[in-house]
Ligand binder design. Sequence first.
Ligand code: ADP
Ligand code: TRP
Length: 321
Amino acid sequence: MKVLSGIQPTGAIHWGNYFGAIQQYIALQNNEQAFYFIANLHALNQVRDAAKLHEYTFEMAIDLLALGLDPNKATLFVQSDVPEISQLCWILLTGAPMGLLERCVAYKDKVAKGQPADAGLFTYPVLQAADILAYDSDTVPVGADQVQHIEVCRDLAGSFNHQFGQTFVMPKAHVLEASARVPGTDGEKMSKSYNNTLAVFEDAKAQRKQIMRIVTDSRPMDQAKEPAGDVLYDLFSLVAPDADRESMAALYRRGGFGYGDIKKALADAAEKFWAEPRARRAELAAKPDQVRQILGDGAAKARKKAAEVLKRAQKACGIPA
Ligand code: ADP
Ligand code: TRP
């Protein structure tokens, strides 16, 4: 499999990003090709502050490495280090039907939430298609919210191949496990836009405080409760060992517990679970040159491939390559 995925650097990553996406990307790094990039050109739609975008991009690289992305197995790079993507994006834009993009719900949702309706946001899926097609990727691991964009990519690749001859590899979405819909501290889906996140790289003490403030229902102490669907239990089951998860589920079903103790158990489990990546992150942050080197090597490898595909596309449609 030739795997590729992108992650937008829009701020500190949270448990939802890790369990819903990053953990699963990393698990795919042993494939024939595993390309992971930090989508800073996409993030520019949202992050309109140069220093912040710069910082988020570099921090994301450190985060991914600390969480186990192995540069000897996977190629890690920054999207804008491969300028061929923007050239390929233009070629794809010329054959992108307005109606196809108008149907994309991610665009409509973002505009409904108050993001300006910029052309960059509207054509976001076309840049994403360039990302995917530039590396002859066949498998794109993404959350369910991104499946429509992979369909757009397939449509664009299909119609280009139809008009100009076989040029692009047809990719498929590899939908990440839906069971990892991580709840936030208010019980809604964890998301930066809802201000309910638990950051992965948080100081353990600060995170304990956040966990102790999680809002719970007013269930009387002696009453039994179904564990699944309870915020504390759902978060606990992500970070606790299997045996502890089972005994916690049994405790819920038996009743006679207070939420305070569950919160403590959750904070303890979280502290243990994140200790290693947090320590690794501190080590990497102290060696920024090493991280820059990894990104430089990754970009060189990615560029070589993208240049080859761009040339193929240019030749096919009559642009001097
Ligand atoms: P946010 O909603 O915080 O802005 P993003 O949209 O940047 O998060 O998330 C990037 C990816 O992380 C998503 O495509 C999805 O796969 C995953 N993800 C984000 N939040 C969650 C969550 N609460 N549960 C599961 N997966 C999530
Ligand atoms: N749109 C993706 C997201 O918001 C990020 C992304 C950009 C991406 N380019 C991609 C994902 C290419 C997969 C393939 O999560």
